[in-house]
Design a protein around this ligand. Structure first.
Ligand SMILES: [Mn+2]
Length: 370
């Protein structure tokens, strides 16, 4: 057992949950391991205390976490459907609503509006900066490596005995995925101490969990990886790497869109690269993910394109954006946000230049919108 990291804001969220008999939990669109892990861990702990809990998400579970969803009790995990009476009743009868791993209404999809219009107290547990202000109680720890790390303190603060196998598995998935398997810069000695306690209490073996999350790639997903690797280019003397995935690449590989998850790490893995951006072409626009190494905050850069996130991991969505134009705008905006050598900048920043011929050729090769 390690000491619980308590605080008045965590206690406020914890007390509200302990006092509630009925709780509905949600998280962000395209939920990831931390989003689901945090929801499931808190939800299972509250159920073990005899409470009625529903997880209600705008989007379905990603394929690599189907196994985690399948381990949950019936009726616990729901994908939101307008007009579904069971879901509407759960919100109407709830004593408290909880949002995890996201701090803005638009990140919650349709469930955001449902929560806000319900008139119920809405609680927040999150590790992203700049939360919206409509929550009735909020615990935001931007120094936590994952929302699941805060969930550990929340649950252990109620009763550490609640961290059995089900809760421990969910917490482990959350922390392991959000830290890139314990390597991102937000990982601290305490993160490892928390994980050690989780493994111990849940009697977990890490390997099968890693295999389930990371080694379940389909042939189609590998084909997509192969073509995405071919799009990696570097800019600003090798400090920035970009890669992209077009609708054509998704179609011709036969991969699911969620198999684009993690591709950006191959850009960041290049020697000398400080930051990487992946451009994902969707029918409705271009989804951007930003990653960086060490002391190179890129959340301001993502904010410029309507998104945000953490200093080393952020995202944005450019609605109706075309791939070539969006790439140019993002790459042009890089020098202000990525530590770029001023000599390189003098050579590169010559007004309103086009994408380089090689970038344009790559886009043409992979059928990207111009
Ligand atoms: Mn997270």
């Amino acid at each position: 057992m390690i000491p619980v990291r308590d605080s008045p804001d965590l206690a406020a969220v914890r007390d509200a949950l302990v006092a509630a008999d009925r709780v509905v939990i949600t998280t962000h669109l395209r939920p990831d391991g931390d989003a689901l892990g945090t929801e499931i861990a808190i939800g299972r702990a509250l159920r073990a205390l005899g409470k009625s809990v529903m997880i209600l998400n705008a989007d379905r579970v990603p394929r690599n976490q189907d196994w985690l969803a399948e381990e949950q009790p019936d009726g616990f995990l729901h994908v939101y459907e307008s007009g579904d009476l069971t879901q509407a009743e759960a919100v109407a009868r709830a004593d408290a609503l909880l949002v995890v791993d996201a701090n803005a209404q638009h990140r919650l999809g349709d469930v955001g509006g449902v929560f806000r219009k319900s008139g119920k107290p809405v609680l927040l547990l999150d590790h992203h900066p700049d939360p919206e202000t409509w929550f009735d109680a909020a615990c935001v720890r931007t120094d936590a490596a994952a929302a699941a790390e805060i969930a550990y303190d929340l649950i252990a603060g109620i009763d550490p005995e609640l961290i059995g196998r089900a809760v421990a598995t969910a917490l482990y998935v959350g922390i392991m995925t959000d830290t890139g398997s314990f390597r991102y810069s937000a990982t601290t000695p305490r993160t490892h101490a928390v994980v050690a306690d989780i493994l111990d209490r849940g009697d977990l073996r890490p390997e099968p969990i890693h295999v389930s999350i990371f080694d379940g790639r389909s042939r189609e997903g590998l084909a997509l990886l192969s073509s995405a690797l071919g799009t990696i280019t570097t800019h600003y003397d090798g400090r920035l790497a970009t890669l992209f995935v077009t609708q054509d690449m998704i179609r011709s590989s036969g991969a699911f869109f969620d198999e684009t998850e993690g591709l950006i790490n191959y850009g960041l893995a290049l020697d000398g690269v400080l930051a990487a951006v992946i451009f994902l072409e969707l029918p409705s626009g271009v989804k951007l993910s930003f990653r960086s190494k060490g002391d190179c905050p890129i959340n301001g850069w993502a904010t410029k394109f309507g998104g945000g996130g953490h200093p080393n991991a952020s995202g944005a969505f450019v609605k109706d954006g075309q791939l070539a134009r969006t790439m140019k705008q993002v790459i042009d905006a890089a020098p202000r946000h990525v530590a770029v050598d001023p000599h390189v900048l003098a050579n590169e920043e010559d007004g309103d230049r086009e994408l380089s011929d090689s970038d344009l050729a790559l886009l043409a090769q992979f059928g990207g919108s111009r």
